[in-house]
Design a protein around this ligand. Sequence first.
Ligand SMILES: NC(=O)c1ccc[n+]([C@@H]2O[C@H](COP(=O)([O-])OP(=O)(O)OC[C@H]3O[C@@H](n4cnc5c(N)ncnc54)[C@H](O)[C@@H]3O)[C@@H](O)[C@H]2O)c1
Length: 271
Amino acid sequence: MYNLLKGKKGIIFGALDENSIAWKTAERAHEEGAQFVLTNAPIAMRMGAINELAEKTNSQIVPADATSMEDLDNLVEKSMEILGGKLDFVLHSIGMSVNVRKGKHYTESNYDFTTKGWDVSAVSFHKVMNVLYKRDAMNEWGSIVALTYMAAQRVFPDYNDMADNKAYLESIARSFGYFFGVDKKVRVNTISQSPTPTTAGQGVKGFGGFLAYADKMSPLGNATALECANYTISMFSDLTKMVTLQNLFHDGGFSNMGVSQSVMDYFVEQE
Ligand SMILES: NC(=O)c1ccc[n+]([C@@H]2O[C@H](COP(=O)([O-])OP(=O)(O)OC[C@H]3O[C@@H](n4cnc5c(N)ncnc54)[C@H](O)[C@@H]3O)[C@@H](O)[C@H]2O)c1
């Protein structure tokens, strides 16, 4: 451990269970010397696993539905009280599509479901930053990160309306990141992670095939949740101060591949 986040304070959204990318990030942030508040939707708290993480990382939990401005306002106010001042980092690790959950095909979206998924997965990032900005809750050179997936740029049919939500999320990072940079010297980025076996990831139809394909296509293989946590820690550290408005691929090289030899070999065998 390198004490990369020594003295830094933050909020981590989205630790549901030990597979969650946010869970691994909380563990790593703790190891690197950070103090933080954990938060998740009140309904997700019922599973109770987050209490174990809080104990392990010596942190407190403040529930918040990330679509509710009232909840977010309370979260930021309480977090500043608990941590004794402004924040240095925030992780938005939230995603959910009702169309995916209900097995709706993309071409037959239910638009109430679409709106709900968009609010949870994308607009919530704007709402979080809105509250942080208004309350002047971030220290200078603070870092805000949201997690995304490459379906924002390329077609992955079973990713459904989450592809559109991720495109919107990435755009919010740039648009809000401009104002956060100019007005408060705070950086805002998205990290575009490999497919990862978590509750949200496994909700995508045919996830096993998807995971194996990405692994075979990537020169370094798929990045794990722990590796994503490590990258996120580097983005919260002072070593990446001048990086902002970026969508950063953390995917073992997948995003720049056309085809790999092992995928070619598979099709040659079928000939
Ligand atoms: N797993 C993957 O393959 C993968 C790949 C790239 C990006 N991501 C992204 O990483 C992020 C984290 O997902 P994960 O894979 O760790 O899965 P996860 O299921 O562990 O985490 C998703 C979290 O979103 C939370 N959430 C849902 N609705 C909420 C609401 N209204 N308010 C507050 N929180 C809410 C859930 O409770 C859960 O903790 C998501 O943005 C996801 O899209 C995941």
